[in-house]
Design a protein around this ligand. Structure first.
Ligand code: G3P
Length: 217
């Protein structure tokens, strides 16, 4: 399973990259706004800055909701850097645009996916990635991991090439469950990635080893 970081924060992207385990980055308009980025030029520069840190797919989301607008914006985003993946919302014009991008060799990430039916449409349009939001599914009283399992099962049964990118990850257990479910990619906040490191027995064991090692000096 590939690890992407779900943030537009340069320091966090750098930290995850420096651990050597980062395969890509996903952003969305909320995450970009959180960084205080304003204006088309600053937004474009920020995507390029991210691409210069991580040598892997970097999702940049379109803001248009009509076919012509999505295509126009997506072309501009894709031209910024070869690693840019155009993130497109799961709407009718979005699906049409994903098909256009597929036919024109531009990579896409179909976002705001909450059902297996939506995931089938994204795959039919040739999306490179599909992003089911498992945390938000959990928030609404459904089982997000079950949705990941269902989509992975359908894609395997049908031979779809679209990669299942589990998004809206909230904790380390989500990452583990996505790995069990066979997700191709998990995009996570830095806190969830760091949470995978933690175990009290590791800390206690290390403390003891270091103490015993001192007695040998
Ligand atoms: O990748 C989608 C993700 O950013 C949504 O996460 O935590 O806002 O549901 P969240």
């Amino acid at each position: 399973m590939k690890f992407f970081i779900d943030t537009a924060n340069i320091a966090q992207i750098q930290e995850a990259h420096d651990m050597g385990i980062l395969d890509g980055v996903t952003t969305n308009p909320s995450l970009m706004a959180k960084e205080g980025i304003k204006g088309e030029a600053a937004i474009a520069k920020h995507y390029v800055d991210i691409c210069n840190i991580v040598d892997g797919p970097v999702s940049a989301e379109v803001l248009s909701t009509d076919f012509a607008g999505i295509v126009e914006e997506g072309k501009k985003l894709a031209a910024l850097h070869e690693n840019i993946v155009v993130k497109v919302p799961m709407i009718k014009d979005g699906i049409k645009a994903i098909k256009w991008f597929t036919d024109n060799n531009i990579k896409t990430n179909c976002t705001l996916v909450f059902s297996a039916g939506q995931a089938i449409l994204a795959a039919k349009a040739g999306a490179t990635f599909v992003s089911p939001f498992l945390g938000r599914v959990d928030d609404s009283g459904w089982d997000g991991v079950q949705l990941i399992e269902q989509i992975v099962g359908i894609y395997n049964a049908q031979g779809f090439m679209t990669e299942v990118l589990a998004a809206s990850i909230r904790n380390p257990l989500h990452i583990i469950r996505c790995a069990e479910a066979g997700a191709d990619v998990c995009t996570c906040p830095l806190s969830s990635i760091m949470g995978l490191l933690k175990h009290p027995l590791t800390d206690l064991g290390l403390e003891q080893f270091l103490k015993d090692a001192k007695s040998m000096q």
